[in-house]
Design a binder for this molecule. Structure first.
Ligand code: PEP
Ligand code: MG
Length: 612
């Protein structure tokens, strides 16, 4: 081998290993399976994920100007606010204006951009964070702590202004692993449009919307990794094991060796599944279960080219709300093209589920809710903002008129009255449209998400008003166990296998079937290998899964036998804890589909420490 080749073949791994740093292992929440071996690219900031990378010399002045513009805008908006306030409230804003006008702050930010070659948002965040930390260090009372909080709000305001004129670019290279505190849904969507290899977050729950998006794209990801940002410096060698929720910094040679092997096996496992792309989803004893996908963006429908054509059991339209809530024409085009793409299979369009951790409610009513998950969310928001609801319904009804395979679904229903009112509105919209078009406009099949305990308990009553149920186990778990689906501090309580949730599902299936209503499941439980046998045994008619889980779910269904599962599910329903359920199903999976435990959803007690 020539000297040159020899030099090139010395990977940066070796260089890192030579530095002899000690391997550190972190355990977090496994979000999206898969392995990635690379290096850390840390982002700072809680509200906005801010890159710590150095920029190129030629980008420096662009960043300086971005900052200057943003500070001007922030000043104007604060001054605008003070004009409308009384003296007491104005006094609260004054320190914030003072910092914006502070020459030393201004110069420090510009110097950091120029001298350290950093993004403007990094410089703002860093300088203000330094001030805030110093303030808190000396704080003797809550008053000073509150001032530190206000300082951080100023940083957020300036950064918000910068992002409006120049949306963040996630500049990542080949080996980079994004490490951040949290990612907003908007950032996650933006990130999916750039290349991202793996994601590690300090925060973020298992079925948070960011997690769902990341999973859609099968990007290995681990969330809830406390303390990682303190340890991961730019370019620290790193391994992400999204299957087991493990993260390694400065991995040792045996760890790297082990993961290279697993990575190879994982790849051949997923490639092997492609052979059932066009096979039916039917159990060994001939019990057919409809299999659909959930999509979060219109473009995702393309993923079906890989995994095989299927219907869409949940089209989350919140991204459309964000961009086109008042644009009926654009919405019509999107709904129509998706319906055409999957025809003759159905597409269930869930009307906007805004509020809580999803897009947009603040923009509509400018109220910051104390408890948004219990506030104006989903159908409640749509009934309050009827104009937006009607535009969406018109677009859906028009698309259905042309293609004919659309169903409408209401989110976050808790009262019968909500369904009645939404149905009346839909019928009125259909009537007006038929007058305009001078022909009949049919109301598509109409269903609800069953995702609140109220709707599950009262499913027999709801059954009289709808054509189908789709069980949203993400929220049903959240509201049944009274546990925030996004909060990592309670993520050990959040468990969709909890018998309380499963008993509710059983009841919904039975009541739905009593009234001849189709009962499907579109929450993450349907994409969880531990959930699939239980749902089959409970008799659900269909599963709607994350596109990346479609093939393994189908393979699992094909390896199970309905008659065998039924007694197992009886035991499951008698269990007292989620761990018991997991144990029972784990034994079944070990026998029927052990690869799924190895690559997708391992035994929770696996500690990954021993890879000899
Ligand atoms: C659910 O709650 O299970 C669901 C599918 O809806 P979302 O995750 O969009 O809240
Ligand atoms: Mg939901």
């Amino acid at each position: 081998m020539s000297r040159r080749l020899l030099k090139n073949s010395r990977s940066w791994w070796r260089t890192a290993l030579e530095k002899n740093k000690e391997e550190k292992r972190f355990k977090g929440i496994p979000i999206s399976p898969g392995i990635f071996i690379g290096k850390a690219a840390p982002f700072i900031g809680e509200r906005y994920a801010i890159s710590t990378k150095r920029i190129k010399e030629e980008e420096v002045e662009e960043q300086v100007n971005l900052f200057k513009e943003a500070i001007k805008k922030a000043r104007e908006s604060l001054l605008g606010m003070t004009e409308q306030l009384d003296d007491r409230l104005r006094a609260i804003l004054e320190p914030q204006i003072r910092i914006i006008d502070d020459e030393s702050f201004y110069n420090k930010v510009i110097n950091t951009i120029r001298e350290e070659r950093r993004y403007a948002e990094y410089a703002v965040k860093k300088i203000i964070e330094d001030y805030a930390i110093r303030m808190e260090y000396h704080a003797k009372d809550d008053y000073i702590k509150d001032r530190a909080k206000e300082l951080r709000q100023i940083a957020d305001l300036i950064i918000k202004n910068m992002r409006e004129s120049s949306p963040t670019r996630f500049v990542l290279d080949d080996q980079d692993i994004l490490v951040a505190y949290d990612l907003s849904v908007a950032d996650a969507i933006r990130l999916m449009n750039s290349r991202v290899n793996a994601i590690v977050l300090e925060d973020g729950g298992k079925t948070s919307h960011t997690a769902i998006i990341v999973k859609d794209f099968r990007i290995p990801a681990v969330f809830g990794v406390k303390g990682i940002l303190k340890e991961a410096e730019d370019e620290t060698p790193m391994i992400v094991d999204g299957t087991r929720g493990l993260v390694f910094l400065n991995p040792s040679e045996p760890t790297i060796h082990y993961y290279k092997k697993i990575q190879k096996e994982f790849r051949s496992f997923t490639e092997g599944l492609l052979k059932i792309r066009d096979a039916m989803s039917i159990t060994k004893d001939g019990h057919a279960v409809s299999l659909f996908v959930n999509i979060d963006f219109p473009e995702e429908v393309k993923s079906l080219e890989v995994s095989g054509k299927s219907g869409i059991g949940l089209f989350r339209t919140e991204i459309i709300f964000d961009q086109y809530k008042y644009d009926e024409e654009k919405q019509f085009e999107i709904y129509k093209s998706i319906a055409e793409e999957v025809y003759p299979h159905p597409v269930i369009i869930r009307v906007f589920d805004v509020g809580a951790d999803k897009f947009g409610l603040y923009e509509l009513n400018h109220i910051i809710e104390q408890n948004p998950f219990l506030g104006v969310r989903g159908i409640r928001a749509l009934l309050k903002h009827r104009d937006i609801f009607e535009i969406q319904l018109r677009a859906i009804l028009r698309a259905h008129r042309e293609v004919g395979n659309i169903k409408v679904m209401l989110p976050m229903v808790s009262l019968l009255e909500e369904v009645e009112e939404a149905r009346e509105i839909t019928e009125e919209v259909a009537y007006k449209l038929s007058q305009e078009l001078r022909e009949d406009v049919l109301v598509p099949k109409f269903g609800i998400m069953v995702e609140t305990p109220a709707s599950a308990i009262m499913a027999d009553k709801f059954a009289n008003y709808v054509d189908f149920f789709s069980i949203g186990t993400n929220d049903l778990t959240q509201y049944t166990l009274a546990v925030d689906r996004k909060n990592t501090d309670v993520s050990d309580i959040y468990n969709h296998l909890h018998p309380s949730v499963l008993r509710l599902i059983k009841q919904v299936v039975e009541m739905g079937h009593e009234y001849n209503i189709l009962v499907e499941v579109c929450g993450e439980l349907a994409s969880d290998p531990y959930g699939v046998p239980v749902l089959l045994g409970l008799g659900v008619d269909g599963l709607s899964v994350t596109p990346s889980s479609l093939l393994e779910t189908k393979e699992l269904i094909r390896r199970l036998s309905y008659e065998e599962i039924k007694p197992i599910v009886k035991d499951v329903l008698e269990s007292s804890t989620a761990d018991e359920v997991r144990y029972i199903i784990g034994e079944l999976l070990k026998e029927k589909f052990p690869q799924v435990l190895k690559f997708i959803s391992p035994d929770r007690n696996f500690n990954g420490g021993n890879h000899d």
